[in-house]
Design a protein around this ligand. Structure first.
Ligand SMILES: CC(C)(COP(=O)(O)OP(=O)(O)OC[C@H]1O[C@@H](n2cnc3c(N)ncnc32)[C@H](O)[C@@H]1OP(=O)(O)O)[C@@H](O)C(=O)NCCC(=O)NCCSC(=O)CCCC(=O)O
Ligand SMILES: Cc1cc2nc3c(=O)[nH]c(=O)nc-3n(C[C@H](O)[C@H](O)[C@H](O)COP(=O)(O)OP(=O)(O)OC[C@H]3O[C@@H](n4cnc5c(N)ncnc54)[C@H](O)[C@@H]3O)c2cc1C
Length: 572
């Protein structure tokens, strides 16, 4: 049953039940509370939404307005939406599907506010699915994509819930209203860290789907003449088509491997946190925020490149690419708006840079910041060597982090407040954080292809893909590498020619590389990306099913066109 509903997920807004509501119970509820709600959620005996964002606040969680005020006389929390902008707005499934929600609200007890905490609130009757007393619910209306998902709104008019409905794994309120501090105030945000980590895999899968569609179609589609008189070639024979698609294909693999690392990191760091060791939380937050931001942004752009590479048929919903793009675009905003997330990573990098300046040896994904950076040397580098490519990306990131941090220090030395210095350097900070995440993705890609247990012939293909991804990044951001002379113009030229060679080398394996994603036609939902390649027949069948083709002459002719034509003809 649960599995069936999981597939139904895209239809009636149950997706967030699985990816946000249930994990929030797992991560924020006590053992006692898990006994009460976790199995109900896992067996879909209740359906939940993750209700955090409000009409007036999504990014700034500390600014949320919904209140949860503790009443010691009844040992209940009173959940209230005090203003219009406090209306919960956007949560998936909140409009019509969910009968429960974890509600993020400002906790008040004994007249003092302790910030945002999560509360379990039943929002609809389990008998007739009507909204519970004091709860107003609805759908927020059509969106860019995913309109099968009822992103909804909710208002609470002094709704009372038992004290035990506060998710109390970290912070607690005792029966008399005493607030018990959590080990870290940010543990209430831990489910966002988890979800951002899952977005990296969502991005990888979306880009894998788009490149599967575009590469397969590029082998079916023949167009133009490469040489006069010769048959029309597969469009994948054009180097420009390879230059559009293969970097996206390489990025799909890179992000897939990055999500493996993210999952492993999340598991080990949350494991240590369970034992009270919070030391890894800051790095986990910075990595998940940066990777979520970087991979979703590259994926959304990459899917649109794949759409354009399929010409007119790419623009048809038959291709599946517009829907993929709409879904990926949402990932750039949901679960932490991308700019804000990349600034969180920048915040961590500035802190680490200051620590390395004070002599601390850095570890983890920022270790390279305190490594002695090789001084810029003349060209003649081996630009096809993965070690050389990784070092170049780390040098670029270290230089940009140092530059942004020093710029900020300079602003403060001129007398600016830290917050003003931060704001006036935030474009530099974003670029530095992006360079940092990019260098992590390249290093992780290189380490994975060198260590993953595969046949040597497969390793060779993956190595070419990793070189292609890295060389594409260097040529696309050449200025960053040339700025301090670390790479020379000759190095960049070498990178460009190696990139061309990699395009040609990947070409014979391109279809095998997308087939390896093993995406069933039912998942791809694309006429252009069909495994059997029978595009044109199925495109025609698909078009014939269009609702407009139900009648030979559409009713709009009689209503609008016929009178319009008649009146125009009468004037002749
Ligand atoms: C932007 C911030 C991070 C700002 O929070 P803040 O408390 O003002 O923090 P700050 O002053 O910037 O920094 C203070 C400190 O808090 C740390 N921190 C911040 N967030 C976390 C975290 N998650 N884990 C661990 N640590 C965290 C920061 O690193 C700072 O640490 P520091 O002081 O530098 O040591 C926060 O408001 C936030 O996370 N906003 C994004 C909200 C969000 O992600 N909403 C998602 C709603 S659910 C959803 O969209 C589901 C979509 C699912 C789907 O559709 O598929
Ligand atoms: C498809 C979809 C599904 C969603 N599902 C859920 C859900 O299930 N549950 C839920 O609770 N929420 C959900 N959300 C809401 C989502 O989490 C928020 O929209 C997201 O966190 C962004 O917040 P916001 O809308 O307030 O954007 P804003 O923060 O208002 O962003 C607007 C602009 O302000 C900028 N900005 C804001 N703060 C800063 C800053 N400090 N520095 C620099 N620039 C800044 C941003 O970069 C952006 O350019 C969903 C959203 C979407 C699109």
């Amino acid at each position: 049953m649960a599995a069936a509903l999981q597939t139904l997920g895209g239809g009636i807004g149950i997706t967030l039940h699985w990816i946000a509501f249930t994990p929030t119970i797992e991560q924020q509820a006590t053992e006692e509370q898990k006994k009460k709600w976790l199995k109900l959620a896992q067996d879909v005996a209740i359906v939940g939404a993750y209700a955090q964002t409000e009409m007036g606040h999504g990014t700034f969680v500390r600014g949320l307005e919904t209140t949860a005020t503790y009443d010691p006389s009844t040992q209940e929390f009173v959940i209230n939406s005090p203003t219009l902008t406090s209306t919960k707005w956007w949560p998936g499934g909140l409009g019509k599907t969910a009968n429960h929600a974890t509600v993020m609200a400002q906790l008040y007890t004994r007249g003092k506010c302790y910030g945002p905490h999560n509360f379990m609130v039943q929002i609809r009757s389990l008998e007739n699915h009507q909204p519970c007393p004091g709860v107003t619910l609805g759908d927020i209306g059509p969106k860019m994509e995913s309109n099968g998902n009822d992103n909804g709104f909710a208002r609470f008019d002094h709704v009372r819930i038992p004290r035990e409905n506060m998710l109390m794994k970290f912070a607690r309120v005792e029966a008399d209203g005493t607030y018990v501090q959590p080990p870290s105030s940010k543990l209430a945000y831990s489910n966002m860290v988890y979800l951002r980590g899952t977005f990296v895999m969502s991005a990888a899968q979306a880009l894998a789907s788009a490149t599967t569609i575009a590469v397969r179609y590029s082998c079916v589609r023949r167009q133009s003449e490469m040489k006069p008189g010769e048959p029309e070639p597969q469009i994948l024979e054009y180097q420009t088509q390879q230059y559009k698609l293969f970097p996206q294909l390489a990025a799909a693999y890179a992000f897939w491997f990055a999500s493996w690392f993210m999952t492993q990191q999340h598991g080990s760091i949350t494991g240590s946190m369970e034992k009270g060791d919070m030391s890894g939380l800051a790095e986990l937050h910075a990595l998940s925020a940066g990777l979520k931001s970087y991979t979703t942004a590259v994926t959304a752009r990459g899917i649109d490149v794949c759409r354009m590479a399929c010409g007119g048929h790419g623009y048809s919903h038959a291709s599946g690419l517009p829907a993929l793009f709409g879904g990926a675009a949402a990932l750039c905003t949901a679960e932490g708006e991308n700019t804000v997330m990349m600034l969180q990573t920048a915040r961590y990098l500035v802190k680490c840079f200051a620590q390395s300046q004070a002599g601390k040896r850095l570890t983890g994904t920022v270790a390279y910041l305190s490594a002695v950076q090789p001084s810029p040397v003349a060209g003649n580098r081996n630009m096809s060597d993965l070690g050389t490519l990784v070092a170049a990306f780390q040098h670029r990131a270290a230089r940009m982090v140092r530059h942004a941090a020093m710029q900020m220090q300079g602003e403060m030395q001129k007398g600016k407040a830290r917050e003003d210095a931060w704001n006036s350097c935030s474009v530099l900070l974003i670029k530095a954080a992006e360079a940092h995440v990019h260098s992590f993705v390249v290093r992780n890609f290189a380490e994975t292809v060198q260590t993953v247990e595969v046949d040597e012939s497969v390793r060779a293909v993956l190595t070419s893909l990793c070189q292609l991804y890295s060389l594409y990044g260097i040529t696309e951001h050449a200025g960053d590498f040339l700025k301090d002379g670390y790479l020379t113009g000759r190095d960049i030229d070498a990178a460009s020619s190696h990139l061309s060679a990699m395009l040609a080398r990947v070409r014979p394996d391109a279809v095998a590389l997308v087939d390896a994603f093993d995406l069933h036609d039912k998942i791809l939902r694309s006429v252009l990306g069909r495994y059997d390649g029978r595009v044109y027949e199925h495109l025609y069948e698909w078009a014939k099913k269009s609702p407009l083709n139900k009648s030979e002459v559409h009713e709009s002719y009689y209503k609008y066109l016929q009178p319009f034509l008649k009146s125009n003809r009468a004037k002749l």
